[in-house]
Design a protein around this ligand. Structure first.
Ligand code: FES
Ligand code: MG
Length: 579
């Protein structure tokens, strides 16, 4: 009953639906309660559509409708589409942080794909953590796989101006705290910021990930940038449905596309678009699933001398709609093609270089030329030193140039609660040269490594006109955020990393040029402090369930914050029947 091209093994769906015994009856009969006639079980490719639609993930709220377009394409190409839900992670809604659950969604996706009789899968995601989690889970099964993203919201609008998701939230909230904006205006901006379905329309984590997915060849061209409500995204979903059926027939698996070269392309593109720091933990985790040796240092090495070409918030001025109309990612990749592996295979069946060969740029203000970049040196800087033996990162595009070489006295907060209680205390011993240090916000500590690294500045300094300070933590920051913020310090303080023993008044030296971050105390004193260190945080409330499993097994930021036992793959074959 199968026309599988894989020698030896019939298709996964045929292993279930093609049987003429009791097991085949069970697999088919219950599916027929959905109105499926006999002939759809004739050995055609069965395509799972993994949907993270949810009303609690507003960024993914268009995916229910988009799935219908994928199905049209699958039917048209002679496949059988079957949609299934997966846990949805709403970045703006979930406590303590959606990142805590990325690996849980990855587990769910992996087991849903692996356990069901499907031959290929289309991943529907958008909001920050959903797509990385889906790719991680799918990578551990390795079926033919394609991604359709939610797409960005329309540009935000407020009082005749374009405003950007997230980026302007941080600005407006500081303006309210500094007494420069009324609460009424603040709430009016809230309504204008998110005025259509879709993901954050700045170059935040969601648009970063959808762009990198396109760069890695896992989606059709323009998936990264097409606005969520643009009819061409529906057409892209339709074409994806057609194409995944072909990929199953040709047995082109996810790992055939997602190679080391594809990951390197993603790192280079991330620099050129001014992408989120969160790309670091997601790409490292994806590589870990595929057994690809990718290291934190690769981000610094591969993005050195890559110019920032895309003038989007938070690093620049424009928004995703503008970026798309200017030509989108193909236009960017065409400009840096010398730094890309252009022979990388994509799901479209065309090598990346051929795919971008005719790409046009329609607006050089938004997608800059190489001789007029937003910033000549973009990307992620990876720092080393006695304060971060396993590394830390900073996004120089988001920072104040003068703070990229800075030495100052530490003002230390032992936890996020300690920070919130004291940051606006008029007696806090802090000035604009101080270095704000936040502990307890790493993967294990918070738990979940939240986006709090861009901690707001002390009110008394905001009132003096200070707009940026050097900040250091084991947390992440939102891809929509900006500031001179050193993130992902590893090992984290709650795992006994040196960050744990920084004290008020210690001198901290940061040199961006040298990629160094050090605590200016002697080796002997550091060793003594570390030997004496005890985790003094109150007993964790996370003593059971998934969160306990997470805390016990999560890897540090330099390894992508996956659970240690989830690295690698289980593959797609499950021999035992259910009855
Ligand atoms: Fe969902 Fe930004 S909050 S994409
Ligand atoms: Mg985020």
């Amino acid at each position: 009953m199968s026309d599988s091209d894989t020698p030896g093994k019939p298709r996964r769906s045929t292993q279930s639906y093609g049987k003429l015994d009791k097991d085949g009856f069970i697999h088919r009969s219950w599916m027929k309660n959905q109105g499926l006639p006999d002939h759809v079980f004739d050995g055609r490719p069965v395509i799972g559509i993994c949907n993270t639609w949810s009303e609690l993930t507003p960024c993914n709220s268009g995916l229910r409708e988009l799935a219908e377009y994928v199905k049209r394409g699958v039917w048209e190409a002679g496949g059988l589409p079957l949609e299934f839900p997966a846990m949805s992670l709403g970045e703006t809604q979930m406590r303590p942080t959606a990142m805590l659950f990325r690996n849980l969604l990855a587990m769910e996706v992996e087991e849903s794909i692996r356990g069901n009789p499907i031959d290929g899968v289309v991943l529907l995601g958008g909001c920050d953590k959903t797509t990385p989690a889906q790719i991680m889970g799918a990578a551990s099964v390795n079926l033919p796989t394609m991604v359709v993203s939610s797409g960005p919201m329309l540009n935000g609008k407020f009082r005749g101006q374009d405003i950007g998701s997230g980026t302007d939230v941080w600005k407006y909230s500081e303006a309210v705290r500094a007494g420069l904006m009324s609460i009424d205006d603040f709430i009016a901006a809230e309504s204008g910021m998110s005025r259509s379905r879709g993901v954050c329309m700045t170059m935040g984590t969601a648009s970063t990930v959808s762009s990198l997915t396109e760069a890695m060849g896992l989606s059709l061209p323009l998936n990264g940038t097409l606005p969520a409500v643009d009819a061409r995204r529906q057409a892209l979903a339709h074409l994806t449905g057609r194409r995944i059926v072909e990929l199953v027939k040709q047995d082109v698996r996810l790992a055939d596309i997602l190679t080391r070269e594809a990951l390197e392309n993603a790192i280079v593109v991330n620099a050129a678009i001014g992408g989120s720091t969160n790309a670091v933990v997601h790409l490292l985790a994806i590589a870990g699933r595929l057994g690809i040796e990718l290291a934190l240092d690769d981000f610094d090495r591969l993005s050195r001398d890559i110019p920032l070409l895309v003038d989007l918030m938070p690093s620049g001025r424009f928004l995703m709609e503008d970026f798309h109309y200017a030509g989108g990612l193909p236009a960017v990749m065409a400009r840096i093609k010398d730094r890309l592996h252009t022979d990388a295979v994509t799901v479209s069946g065309v090598a990346l270089g051929d795919q971008i060969a005719d790409a046009q740029c329609y607006n050089d203000d938004i997608i800059r030329t190489l001789d007029n970049p937003v910033n000549p040196d973009s990307g992620i800087w990876v720092l080393k030193g006695n304060l971060c033996p396993k590394g830390a990162i900073i996004k120089p595009n988001a920072a104040t140039p003068a703070l990229l070489e800075h030495t100052g006295r530490a003002v230390v907060f032992e936890s996020i609660e300690d920070y919130k209680a004291r940051i606006d205390d008029p007696d806090l011993d802090v000035d604009e040269h101080s270095v704000l240090v936040l502990k307890g916000c790493g993967p294990k500590g918070y738990p979940g490594m939240p986006e709090v690294g861009n901690m707001a500045l002390p009110k008394k300094l905001l009132e003096k006109g200070v707009r940026d300070m050097l900040r250091i933590s084991d947390a992440r920051m939102s891809g929509t955020a900006f500031g001179s913020v050193i993130l992902h310090v590893a090992p984290e303080s709650s795992a006994g990393g040196p960050l744990a023993v920084v004290r008020d008044g210690d001198e901290i030296a940061f040199s961006g040029k040298n990629r160094s971050l050090s605590l200016r105390i002697s080796d002997a004193e550091l060793a003594q402090r570390l030997a004496e260190w005890q985790d003094s945080r109150p007993e964790s409330e996370y003593t059971r369930g998934y969160a306990k499993l997470y805390i016990d097994t999560v890897l540090q930021a330099d390894q992508g914050v996956d659970l240690d036992f989830l690295r690698g793959a289980s593959g797609d074959q499950v021999d035992r029947e259910s009855h």
